[in-house]
Design a protein around this ligand. Structure first.
Ligand code: FAD
Ligand code: NAI
Length: 487
């Protein structure tokens, strides 16, 4: 037991927790961060899901596999002949692992630099001393327990993959995200259950490397969270990809594994029984909040019916001086949302400690961007057309296709479009929807426009470099008032 009383104890060192810890320390708060993650070699590794088995490794493999796909299928159009091109999956995976270890070690350095104390182990919230208002947290590492004390606690314990009861993960044949990122051989036949973000990204990686990929999705539609027109375009582009099949409206009946394959029985959208036999099966049907061992009952922390820690708009839980951020609370399960909440809570704690009012502006989820790193990429911010219609909001729309954009033509990636939705009366931008090359980067301009309450005319007034992909955003904004120039 240490007698030190920290200003803040953060439980979890994913993008919610480690960013919160660094910001707390920057603000002069004495901060400890407790994290239990161990990598495949059994070593403590900071960064949570995002750095270890999420955002970073998936993007590393997406980049490698896209390079291979480009050389194999697209370079000929540029007049570049490449013979004997081969994939070395272990090298690809080792490159991905090196990126991960560089970044996870980078967080350890950032903790050191900012004087955040880093403890390895599982943090369990115990109780708050009624007179001193100090929280007790047990930190258990391999059977050794240490008790730490802190005035404020930030829970940032993230999420874990949701398993399908019919197909529990074994990471041999039935893979979660970690298993899907660790394959060392390209499976000939890959099945994916769930056409969500992970299913599409991981399916893309292994398809580009040569797997025959079949994605089975329960919902009748495709990418139902996206703007309908974007989802339609995505489905039509993906349908033309060699080696990819997406079946929606399916119902999984049974999943059987053998030493050599996985057999999935399902009924299709027409209620016909179907059988899919694959070498590996990725199950990516969403993620669930992680509160295992957190001390929910010991501390009387309130969870909702789906297991999320209940918080208000300022990330305050039901417990005094205990906050929760990131995937373990409501809202999109995105790294940048987790980090934004982490910073907001750190700054609120500083205000509380300084005797200032705790509350300022709450985080606006409407200006949090979404990106799906398929090819073409998909990105959006704000409301889509179906949401505006459902809410009865009158809007104008401007759209520009990449096929009419000079830079997209030069790159050779002409699928997709950018659409700007603006309020019918005020012209304020309500949503921007993109599918096409590098829209993961282009979306930031739309986020900034919305954050600054820009009108479509404001965007139309900004000079965009020529030739650039960003001109498609400019033209889409011009299109809101029917004055696009190149279409
Ligand atoms: P996490 O990153 O899950 O971190 C929680 C940490 O807390 C973990 O280290 C865990 O071990 C630790 N922990 C849990 N309980 C305890 C305890 N009791 N004591 C101590 N430690 C504990 N998001 C994006 O924005 N962009 C992307 O491109 C993207 N790609 C993704 C790809 C994949 C394959 C996956 C699975 C996710 C992806 N995400 C992406 C989502 C993103 O990873 C999460 O939204 C983000 O990691 C959430 O951050 P967090 O800090 O809330 O939780
Ligand atoms: P998801 O919620 O994106 O998609 C899950 C899909 O599985 C849905 O389409 C759902 O209808 C389907 N599904 C659910 N049960 C099913 C069943 N029994 N049979 C068939 N289909 C079923 O969840 P996913 O892909 O697991 O990702 C989890 C979260 O991780 C994402 O929502 C996102 O927040 C985050 N993430 C973000 C990324 C990014 O920002 N680029 C990349 C990867 C993950």
């Amino acid at each position: 037991m240490t007698s030190e009383i920290f200003d803040v104890a953060v439980i979890g060192a994913g993008p919610g927790g480690y960013v919160a810890a660094i910001r707390c320390a920057q603000l002069g708060l004495n901060t400890v961060c407790v994290d239990e993650w161990k990598n495949a070699r059994g070593k403590a590794s900071l960064g949570g899901t995002c750095l270890n088995v999420g955002c970073i490794p998936s993007k590393a493999l997406l980049e490698s596999s896209e390079n291979y796909f480009q050389i194999k299928h697209k370079f000929a159009a540029h007049g570049i002949a490449a013979e004997g091109v081969a994939v070395d999956v272990p090298v690809m995976v080792a490159r991905k692992d090196k990126i991960v270890t560089t970044f996870t070690a980078g967080i350890a350095s950032l903790f050191k630099k900012n004087k955040v104390k880093s403890l390895h182990g599982r943090g369990t919230l115990l109780s708050q001393d009624a007179s001193t208002e100090i929280w007790q947290i047990a930190v258990n590492d391999n059977g050794t327990t240490e008790t730490i004390h802190a005035k404020h606690v930030i829970i940032a314990t993230g999420s874990v993959p949701r398993s399908l009861p019919l197909a529990p993960f074994d990471n041999e044949r039935i893979l979660d995200n970690a298993g899907a990122l660790a394959l060392t051989v390209v499976p000939e036949r890959l099945g994916v259950i769930g056409a969500g973000v992970i299913g599409l990204e991981m399916g893309s990686v292994w398809r580009r490397l040569g797997a025959e990929v079949t994605i089975l999705e329960a919902m009748p539609g495709f990418l139902m969270a996206a703007d309908e027109q974007v989802a339609k375009e995505a489905k039509s582009v993906f349908a033309k990809e060699p080696g990819l099949q997406i079946h929606t409206g399916i119902n999984i009946k049974s999943v059987k594994t053998s030493a050599t394959s996985v057999v999935v029985q399902y009924s299709d959208a027409n209620n016909q029984e179907q059988v899919l036999e694959v070498d590996k099966l990725i199950v990516a049907i969403g993620r669930i909040p992680n509160t295992t061992g957190l001390g929910v009952s010991e501390s009387a922390l309130v969870l909702d019916e789906r297991g999320f820690v209940v918080v208000d708009e300022f990330c305050r839980t039901n417990l005094s001086q205990v906050y929760a951020v990131g995937d373990v609370v409501r809202g999109p399960m995105l790294a940048h949302k987790a980090s934004e909440e982490g910073v907001a809570v750190a700054e609120m704690i500083k205000r509380i400690e300084s005797g200032e009012p705790a509350e300022t502006e709450a985080i606006d989820f409407n200006t949090i961007p979404w990106v799906i790193y398929t090819a073409p990429e998909i990105a959006w911010v704000g409301k889509n057309e179906q949401e505006l219609k459902a809410a009865g909001i009158a809007y104008k729309s401007g759209q520009f296709p990449f096929i009419a954009n000079g830079r997209a033509r030069a790159i050779g990636e002409t699928s997709g479009f950018i659409k700007v939705l603006a309020d019918e009366k005020t012209d304020r931008v309500l949503g921007v929807h993109m599918i096409g090359p590098h829209v993961s980067e282009l979306i930031s301009e739309a986020v900034m426009a919305m954050k600054f309450s820009a009108s479509s005319e404001d965007i139309a007034c900004i000079v965009h470099a020529h030739p650039s992909l960003s001109e498609a955003f400019h033209e889409a904004a011009l299109g809101v008032d029917k004055r696009a120039l190149h279409i």
